[in-house]
Design a protein around this ligand. Structure first.
Ligand code: IMP
Ligand code: MG
Length: 180
């Protein structure tokens, strides 16, 4: 069936179509530009998962903005591994800056908890977060998502940047694990 895909032996069903995602990304970009002067902020894209979302979101902005990339990792297979790894130098100089984080998905919230604690230690002026997805039933840390694309059930998703062991990232739609 064309609405399902198999990755590493697991079946995923189409869940959010590319057109639905694109529409929501436009709405988010409008809301963000209404609330803040985007050119006063440093946008930090959390890699790898947010690469497509960030690319589409930033291209909706009417102004040029400062953009940086930080590669964070915590996931192995389908489980949050608990330890969050990133290169502390990759965020660059952040003290006194307004930092706007772009994330693919907030799951337990651990990644954001660890990274925002680091940013605060570095003396950032303000932090905002935009995440494409959130699994509210899994949240274990106090993470405030200022701009959220979609709230989804606690099931693994792939596509539009999100991966299952590096597969699925390039798919234009988002797929959700089929309940067995
Ligand atoms: P957290 O630290 O538990 O909030 O996990 C956040 C990170 O795990 C996200 O930035 C994603 O990269 C990854 N992740 C969480 N859930 C999924 C999923 O359903 N599919 C793919 N990656 C996920
Ligand atoms: Mg991520």
């Amino acid at each position: 069936m064309e609405d399902t895909i198999i990755i590493n032996g697991l079946t995923f069903e189409k869940y959010l179509k590319a057109e639905v995602i694109a529409e929501r990304v436009k709405e988010l970009a409008l809301a963000i530009q209404k609330d803040i002067d985007v050119d006063e902020w440093t946008f930090v894209v959390l890699l790898n998962g947010a690469y497509l979302f960030a690319g589409d979101l930033l291209r909706q902005f009417r102004k040029d903005v400062e953009v940086r990339f930080v590669k964070l990792s915590s996931y192995h297979d389908m489980e949050s591994s608990g330890s969050v790894l990133f290169d502390k130098r990759s965020a660059g100089q952040v003290d006194g800056k307004k930092i706007f984080l772009i994330e693919d998905i907030v799951d337990t919230g651990k990644t954001l908890e660890v990274f925002t604690s680091f940013l605060r230690e570095q003396g950032v002026a303000e932090i905002k977060l935009c995440s494409l997805l959130e699994k509210p039933s899994n949240l274990q840390y106090k993470v405030v998502t200022d701009y959220l694309g979609f709230s989804i059930p606690d099931l693994f998703v792939v596509g539009y940047g999100l991966d299952y062991n590096d597969r699925g990232r390039g798919l234009k739609d988002i797929y959700i694990l089929q309940k067995s």
